[in-house]
Design a protein around this ligand. Structure first.
Ligand code: AMP
Length: 188
């Protein structure tokens, strides 16, 4: 794995554990020599994960659309900052630069980014691993909803398995290294 894309909140969350775990992930990526690709902001746990990776000597590539340059306060000290025309170009660029995707806790933006790479995997458009960093059980309600999709016949069980989930980011990175994607395509 050369680079991992991290989706996460542009807010810090209520519990300090979210910031703490973002710091741990940023440092972990740098220590393993894995570059971080993310949304380029200095706010929320987006800023935390980037700063932690930079402070530990890691490569950090930000990808931010021009209309969010001010709102998300682009991080000034990144290894590289790509400024895109819009959100679509941003997500495509983040995906292109990365060998896998991790979601830390976040809000609607994080969910949208996660859903997009999940659906692309389901359609066979990429075969890169996707993981949920389940900090303090944050993603358990989503896991339950995904189970509900399967129970109700809207999601194949194999496609649920695209979302690797765990509380330990090191274990998720280990799983990424040996990842074999589910082989059942959505439309075959
Ligand atoms: P949030 O999880 O809502 O704090 O947002 C985290 C990241 O997702 C930020 O970089 C936002 O720019 C981005 N984001 C917010 N809304 C969207 C959206 N509709 N589509 C894609 N990315 C978004």
């Amino acid at each position: 794995m050369r680079r991992i894309c991290v989706f996460c909140g542009s807010s810090a969350g209520k519990d300090p554990v979210y910031v703490e775990q973002a710091e741990i992930l940023g440092k972990l990526l740098a220590d393993r020599g894995i570059g971080l690709v993310y949304g380029g902001a200095s706010v929320g746990i987006m800023g935390t994960v980037a700063q932690a990776a930079l402070s530990a000597g890691g490569e950090v590539i930000g990808v931010i659309p021009k209309h969010l340059m001010r709102a998300e306060i682009a991080h000034a000290g990144l290894t590289e900052l790509h400024v895109t025309e819009d959100m679509h170009e941003r997500k495509a660029k983040m995906a292109e630069l990365s060998d896998g995707f991790l979601a830390l806790p976040g809000g609607a933006g994080t969910l949208e980014e996660l859903a997009e790479v999940w659906t692309w995997a389901q359609l066979g458009l990429h075969s890169k691993p996707i993981g949920l960093v389940d900090v303090a059980g944050y993603y358990q309600p989503l896991r339950q909803f995904v189970d509900h999709m399967v129970t109700e016949g809207f999601l194949r069980p194999e496609h649920r398995d695209f979302l690797l989930t765990g509380s330990d980011p090191a274990a998720l990175l280990d799983a990424f290294a040996t990842y074999e994607p589910p082989t059942v395509a959505k439309w075959t």
